[in-house]
Design a protein around this ligand. Structure first.
Ligand SMILES: N[C@@H](CCC(=O)N[C@@H](CS)C(=O)NCC(=O)O)C(=O)O
Length: 419
């Protein structure tokens, strides 16, 4: 008997399983800081995805964004990942944790516990520790601001809507600059600290990427993806900082390109084994970078955790599930209060959000599962790069990422730690 069309289709799908995979949809825009993290992660991981934005028409995208995602979220944020089962996740860290669990191969986290803890630490630094660099180099310089604003207008209004693009662009820069001194901590006094940190960052990463294609050696990891946020989306594209990067750190610039294409190695570095570095033999290029992470990010971690503890202390009886914010409502930036910390000898005051303490829990989670020898090696490594804060800082109550279903927020976790 002749096979029916259905049977033929079924045998074809069995032969080519990739055809049956409904792609993830990455709601993102090219110019967006956080979108660069999930995009490069999925490219390197080899995850089949389509990218669309609220202004685009792909697969009826506009309607889903306006009628389903935005009303469910109750606030605006980018990126969002649509899952094949019809649900979505709204936060880059939640997206990466979910995908890593769903698709363990190829791993984007080292199996060695020391390297794994390091990956989460750099992930935290890349996701939030460079926020001021991104904001300053984009919005304080008119050539950068004009370029970025045009791209934002293009994403929102559509690429041919020139007049609206121009208007949106102008509004965006003014809106961002207004928040600089109070919410973000960028002022005439703090700019020298941000620029000094950035100069050191470019210098150290350029040396490292002359020797290794990725931050943890011959394989990409979640740490690279997180650093792509600031280093690609803003510093690697906006006119003013991209020129500095190309002139002073060409190997770093090359890494931003490598991270946005599939495959493992950079052709010139193909002699490097496609493996993560050996924790007993970390190169000076990585150790030097980690010293900078400790200097610049250690105080930020401490200040954010203190802000979280202060928020907790205002009402110690808060139940699990309570949204971690002074305003009580789910939102993109959940303000816990203000924090102050020292960077390059200058005090920076700005809003504190739960993101940094939340990600620090993933470092602690790995460390807590280490055996005694590994714990002592981790402490020794952190001590050697001035990162004791990363070992000693703990949270008195856990934070839970609740970004896959309402309230789409950082909330208090299940139990009080240590009881
Ligand atoms: N914690 C979020 C932050 C996402 C975020 O702030 N995205 C920016 C765009 S790059 C945004 O949506 N800004 C718009 C807004 O704050 O309204 C994540 O990791 O996804």
């Amino acid at each position: 008997m002749k096979n029916s069309k259905k049977e033929i289709m079924e045998s074809l799908l069995a032969a080519f399983p990739a055809w049956t995979v409904k792609p993830y949809v990455h709601w993102a825009v090219h110019v967006s800081l956080y979108s660069a993290k999930t995009r490069s992660y999925m490219i390197k991981k080899g995850i089949h995805f389509t990218e669309t934005s609220p202004a685009a028409g792909v697969f009826g995208a506009k309607d889903r964004w306006a009628e389903v995602i935005m009303p469910a979220l109750g606030y605006s944020t980018m990126p969002v990942l649509d899952l094949p089962d019809g649900t979505f996740i709204s936060d880059t860290t939640a997206i990466i944790r979910y995908l890593e669990e769903q698709h363990p191969e190829p791993p984007m986290l080292p199996s060695d516990p020391i390297m794994r803890a390091l990956a989460w630490l750099i992930f935290n630094y890349g996701t939030e520790g460079l926020f001021l660099n991104a904001q300053h180099y984009r919005w304080s310089f008119s050539e950068s601001a004009d370029f970025a604003a045009a791209d934002i207008g293009r994403a929102i209004a559509g690429p041919t809507n020139v007049e609206v693009i121009k208007m949106m662009g102008e509004n965006f820069q003014a809106m961002k600059l207004e928040k600089f001194p109070t919410e973000v901590g960028i002022t005439a006094e703090t700019i020298p600290a941000i620029e000094k940190s950035n100069e050191l960052l470019f210098e150290k990463l350029d040396v490292h990427f002359r020797h290794y294609p990725y931050i943890l050696g011959g394989r990409p990891s979640i740490a690279d993806a997180a650093m792509m946020e600031t280093l690609h989306a803003h510093l690697g594209r906006d006119i003013y900082p991209a020129n500095i990067m190309k002139k002073t750190a060409p190997a770093l610039y090359r890494w931003t390109e490598t991270m946005n294409r599939p495959g493992i190695v950079d052709a010139e570095l193909s002699q490097i084994p496609q493996e993560y570095l050996d924790p007993d033999n970390l190169p000076d290029t990585l150790l030097d970078f980690l010293k900078l992470v400790s200097d610049d990010f250690g105080p930020q971690l401490e200040a954010s955790v203190n802000a979280y503890e202060d928020w907790l202390a205002t009402d110690p009886e808060r139940p699990e599930g309570a949204i971690i914010t002074v305003d009580g409502a789910a939102m993109n930036r959940q303000k816990m209060g203000q924090m102050a910390y020292s960077q390059q000898g200058i005090t920076i005051k700005r809003d504190a959000w739960p993101d940094i303490p939340n990600m620090h829990q993933y470092v602690l989670e790995v460390v807590d599962m280490m055996d005694a020898k590994e714990k002592s090696d981790w402490s020794e490594l952190m001590q050697s790069v001035g990162g004791e804060i990363f070992v000693n800082t703990r949270l008195s109550r856990p934070i839970k990422l609740h970004k896959h279903q309402p309230p789409y927020a950082y909330v208090l976790g299940e139990s009080v730690l240590g009881t």
